[in-house]
Design a binder for this molecule. Structure first.
Ligand SMILES: [Zn+2]
Ligand SMILES: [Zn+2]
Length: 263
């Protein structure tokens, strides 16, 4: 979940926590977009000098809702070569989890940026997908992350992966398995043009067959999005074959059984 520090989310963490309590969630986590070394890298993340403020906002939510476990994480952009920077960020605060996400391919194109949709017309979709999954495999294989976020993000605007793309994403799953990185079921896709949870059922089934763990995320950018469509996410997880999910504290995971299916 996000905070206004990333410049495209609304509501303070304490309002997200209030909504979580209202709908009966047992635990939540914040993982706002991590800062880059250069603050002008793009315009949809906190500045580096706001990192302490971010931590303080999450701590404020913890003080306001002591009955609710609130985890402190970061959604960290993975780009090849950023590893030393990510290691620096990792050491700065007692993170509960780090979610590695790929938004950028082809150098500096953020594939999910609505202001840069025209880039989709300049390339073959298959090329974009191949590059995306390749970078995702690097992210999972880096050993820097506990979770990989929204593993098929390029479908956001409706450009789904080509048929028979299994060979493209298998190296990602193999890397996730090797480093024991969990895959996030992210319900935000249901609110986008693709109208589908990230990642697809096909990828989730393959992840399950590889023995990869999952987490649940709403990718909330507003308090009312907290826990949105979690019933669908749960059904999707079960359909893919999962029986458990992971939760994180101080970068250690616990394995929780999925709630019983309601009839
Ligand atoms: Zn965001
Ligand atoms: Zn993201």
């Amino acid at each position: 979940m996000h905070t206004p520090l990333c410049r495209h989310a609304t509501g303070e963490p304490t309002a997200y926590a209030a909504h979580a309590v209202k709908i009966g969630l047992k635990e939540i986590g914040f993982s706002d977009h991590s800062p880059m070394r250069a603050d002008d890298f793009d315009n949809w993340r906190m500045r580096f000098d706001q990192l302490a403020e971010y931590v303080e906002k999450v701590q404020e939510a913890r003080r306001d809702f002591p009955q609710l476990p609130i985890r402190l994480g970061l959604e960290v952009d993975y780009l090849p070569g950023l590893e030393p920077w990510i290691e620096e960020l990792t050491a700065l605060h007692p993170w509960d989890y780090l979610m590695g996400s790929v938004h950028y391919v082809s150098g500096n194109w953020d594939v999910d940026n609505p202001f840069r949709r025209e880039e989709w017309t300049k390339r073959e979709p298959a090329t974009i997908w191949a590059e995306y999954f390749q970078r995702l495999a690097q992210a999972a294989g880096s050993g820097l992350f506990d979770i990989i976020g929204h593993a098929d993000l390029p479908k956001k605007f409706g450009c789904v992966p080509p048929a028979n793309c299994r060979a493209m994403y298998l190296p990602f799953l193999e890397a996730a398995r090797a480093k024991d990185v969990a895959v996030e079921l992210n319900t935000a896709g249901l609110r986008k043009d693709c109208r589908e949870i990230y990642p697809s059922l096909e990828i989730l089934r393959a992840a399950c067959a590889h023995g990869i763990a999952i987490t649940f995320g709403s990718d909330s950018h507003a308090p009312e999005e907290v826990g949105l469509n979690f019933a669908e996410a749960l059904a999707w997880a079960r359909q893919a074959g999962f029986t458990h999910s992971r939760a994180f504290e101080q970068r250690k995971f616990k394995t929780l059984p999925l709630p019983a299916a309601s009839t």
